[in-house]
Design a protein around this ligand. Structure first.
Ligand code: MN
Length: 210
């Protein structure tokens, strides 16, 4: 079970709700504006959650946790479940400040998997830049304990491939258009400064202990 989504485990009769972000709307400025976060969270994410609740009503998915729904559902139920999960994971993976330097044990893990932190960053940016459509880029852990970078078109989620997500970046234009228009590279540089590496490391240790 991925740590961040525990709150989304449904209890019988309960519906998913929009949770407050772990920071103020404008706390990610100047890298991502409060306007973007507000629109992204209070409009888009709220709509995804509302639509998911409507779709799940009186279905076999009512008492199944969100990660299982993502693994087994198809069509609109999968689409909305994945968008809700992906966005929760994304927002929680960010932290105010300038966090571009990966510190501690996780820096060593990155080096062991990618050769160096800068090579990892370059590979991540190159992959993100090559995704032609809207989608997500992910740092994942596979079943063998190796890290990898994968892209998912539109609203894909690596849980469906048996991978453990550790970090994601929203590459839909709505995530950056207000601040950067079509300049995805500039958005990625800003995103890189906001990554909550302590949480990514925590997710890693949780995933390898499963
Ligand atoms: Mn988004």
């Amino acid at each position: 079970m991925i740590h961040c989504i525990n709150d989304y485990k449904q209890n019988p009769g309960m519906r998913y709700e929009l949770h407050d972000l772990p920071y103020e709307m404008n706390a990610l400025e100047p890298h991502i504006s409060g306007k973007t976060i507000k629109y992204h969270h209070e409009n888009l994410q709220k709509d995804y959650i509302n639509n998911l609740n409507i779709l799940l009503t009186d279905t076999k998915f009512t008492n199944i946790d969100l990660e299982t729904i993502i693994r087994i559902a198809d069509g609109p139920v999968f689409y909305y479940a994945a968008q809700v999960w992906n966005h929760t994971f994304y927002f929680e993976g960010l932290k105010p400040g300038n966090n571009s330097k990966i510190k501690g044990p996780f820096a060593e893990i990155i080096k062991n998997n990618f050769g160096s932190v800068s090579f990892f960053k370059n590979a991540f940016f190159k992959a993100a830049g090559s995704l032609f459509v809207s989608g997500w880029i992910w740092l994942v852990l596979n079943q063998k304990g190796t890290l990898g970078i994968i892209m998912e078109d539109h609203l894909g989620n690596p849980l469906r491939r048996g991978l453990f997500p550790l970090m994601n970046c929203d590459l839909w234009e709505h995530a950056y258009y207000l601040d950067y228009q079509n300049r995805r590279g500039d958005y990625l540089e800003s995103f890189w400064k906001l990554i909550n590496w302590e949480l990514i490391e925590k997710r890693y240790y949780e995933a390898i202990s499963i």
